[in-house]
Design a binder for this molecule. Structure first.
Ligand code: DC
Length: 203
């Protein structure tokens, strides 16, 4: 059985948590495609060239700690390079087409990687809400960044991701938008699962 769920949206909108929970609920595999770009970004911070880093990416590269703000920023910068994106396409499509169902989350899954996905969700929230969530996560890990700095990082990354020429972040025409600004994460997960259930009945 092949069943693909594409979940896109900006940073810290809740798509990672939602994707994991949806995958777990339906017994599907999950790929956080941001990790691929983060792994390339981390290699570039360590001195590699972005295109060579993307072409030579291995599964070990995506296992390290790639959650820092510097790596997120580097990921968003390498993600504008068409050759970097091209080098990562086949891996993502192979994952999406695996037997048993797959959930992929990212920025261009519903538009470019899996335009024929069975379910497409665009998970978003206001920049203020997303920055506050990201700030609380970083604060728990002991960050020096202020709320204002986290907000400006989030806004700058959204702008770069949405305004690039190649596969910009946007909702596919046939995606359902889930705005999690006023929702608890539990409610957002429940809404996403309900949407997938409905689509599986109809499809
Ligand atoms: O989802 P994330 O925050 O881990 O993603 C990090 C960066 O990677 C994001 O700012 C843009 C890029 N990215 C992308 O361009 N396309 C994807 N499908 C996933 C991530």
């Amino acid at each position: 059985m092949r069943f693909t769920i594409a979940i896109d949206g900006p940073a810290a909108a809740g798509k990672g948590t939602i994707s994991k929970a949806v995958a777990w609920h339906f017994g599907f595999a999950h790929l956080d495609t941001g990790l691929l770009y983060r792994a390339v970004g981390a290699k570039v911070l360590a001195g590699a060239g972005p295109v060579a880093a993307a072409r030579g990416l291995t599964s070990e590269d995506i296992n390290g700690d790639l959650r820092s703000p510097d790596v997120a920023d580097a990921a968003s910068r390498v993600a504008v390079i068409p050759e970097v994106r091209a080098a990562l396409v086949d891996f993502q499509r192979d994952f999406a087409n695996r037997d048993g169902g797959a959930v992929l989350d990212g920025r261009d899954i519903g538009t470019v990687i899996c335009p024929d996905a069975d379910v497409k969700l665009y998970v978003t929230a206001s920049a203020k809400v997303r920055a506050e969530r990201r700030f609380l996560e970083l604060e728990a890990k002991g960050t020096d960044l202020t709320r204002a700095e986290v907000l400006s990082d989030v806004v700058a990354r959204d702008k770069r991701d949405a305004e690039r020429d190649e596969a910009p972040m946007r909702a596919a025409g046939d995606a359902v938008t889930l705005d999690t600004s006023g929702m608890s994460i539990g409610d957002a997960v429940a809404a996403a699962i309900n949407h997938v259930k409905l689509a599986r009945h109809v499809g």
